[in-house]
Design a protein around this ligand. Structure first.
Ligand code: PGA
Length: 252
C-alpha cells in the first residue's frame, strides 16, 4: 500500500443503465460518505456521459468506456476523445477485455488509441490481463508484458504517464464472481510494475497507479486494497450497486 500513489476507484457501467436506473446510482454517488482520499471515476455508456456529468458531484470524474484513434471522420458508430472532452469527460478506458475479446481489438489498435487519446488531452485507463488458458499455461507475464509494450510504445512523453492508470484485469475474473486472490493480484501488479521500471523508468514505476479489476465486491475489496502494489480498483457489476461506496471506502 503506497502513500505516494493516490487510491483510485473506477466504476465501469458497461452497457448498463437507463435514465431511471442511472438516477438511482447517482443518489449513492452524490451521498456524503465517500472517502475524500479516494480518486473516483465513473464510466457510463457514452450516450449518458453528458447527463451523468451534469448531475454528478464535481469530486467524481467521468470516463468514456472506449474511443477511436482519430479526432473525427467517417467511422460510423464510434466516438472520439475530442467528443468525450466536449461533453465533460476527462478519462477514457481503453483496451478493456470486452473490447479485446468480444470486439477483437488487437494490441496494435489499442496502442494507437492510447497515443491519440493522450495527444487529445484525456486521462487514460488502459487495461491488460490474461485469459484463463494463458494463466494455466504460465503465460500471465508474457501476455501482460506484450499488452504493456503496445501501450508504452505510444506514450511519447514521459510526463504523460501521470495521466495513465493501468488496470490489471484477469479475463477469468471479469464478471465471473471468481476474484483473484490478494496474492495473485499482488504478484501480477508487482511484475507489471517491474516491467515498467525496466522498460519505461524506475520513477514512473514508483508513481504509476496499477488498479485491479475482476469481480471486486464490498466483501473482498479490503484485503485486496492492503496489497502494496494494488492502488485501487476498476469495478464492473458492483459499481451499479450501493456497495460501490464500500469499495470506494476500502481503505477508510
Ligand atoms: P466485474 O467487471 O467487476 O463485473 O468483474 C470488471 C471490469 O470489467 O472492469
Amino acid at each position: 500500500m503506497s502513500e505516494q500513489r493516490h487510491f483510485f476507484v473506477g466504476g465501469n457501467w458497461k452497457m448498463n443503465g437507463t435514465y431511471a436506473s442511472i438516477d438511482e446510482i447517482l443518489k449513492f454517488l452524490n451521498g456524503d460518505n465517500l472517502d475524500p482520499k479516494t480518486e473516483i471515476v465513473v464510466a457510463p455508456p457514452s450516450l449518458y456521459l453528458s447527463y451523468v456529468r451534469g448531475k454528478l458531484n464535481k469530486n467524481i470524474s467521468v470516463a468514456a468506456q472506449n474511443a477511436y484513434k482519430v479526432e473525427k471522420g467517417a467511422f460510423t458508430g464510434d466516438i472520439s476523445p475530442t467528443q468525450i472532452k466536449d461533453v465533460g469527460g476527462d478519462w477514457v478506458i481503453l483496451g478493456h477485455s470486452e473490447r479485446r475479446h468480444v470486439f477483437k481489438e488487437p494490441n496494435e489498435l489499442i496502442g494507437e488509441k492510447v497515443g491519440h487519446a493522450l495527444s487529445a488531452g484525456l486521462k487514460l485507463i488502459p487495461c491488460i490481463g490474461e485469459k484463463l488458458e494463458e494463466r494455466e499455461a504460465n503465460k500471465t507475464e508474457e501476455v501482460c508484458f506484450c499488452q504493456m509494450k503496445a501501450i508504452a510504445e505510444n506514450v511519447k512523453d514521459i510526463n504523460d504517464w501521470k495521466r495513465i492508470v493501468i488496470a490489471y484485469e484477469p479475463v477469468w475474473a471479469i464478471g465471473t464472481g471468481k476474484v483473484a486472490t490478494p496474492q495473485q493480484a499482488q504478484e501480477a501488479h508487482h511484475s507489471v510494475r517491474q516491467w515498467i521500471s525496466k522498460n519505461v523508468s524506475p520513477d514512473v514505476a514508483k508513481c504509476v497507479r496499477i488498479i485491479y479489476g475482476g469481480s471486486v465486491t464490498a466483501g473482498n475489496c479490503r484485503e485486496l486494497a492492503q496489497q502494496p502494489d494494488v492502488d485501487g480498483f476498476l469495478v464492473g457489476g458492483a459499481s451499479l450497486k450501493s456497495e460501490f461506496v464500500d469499495i470506494i471506502n476500502a481503505r477508510k
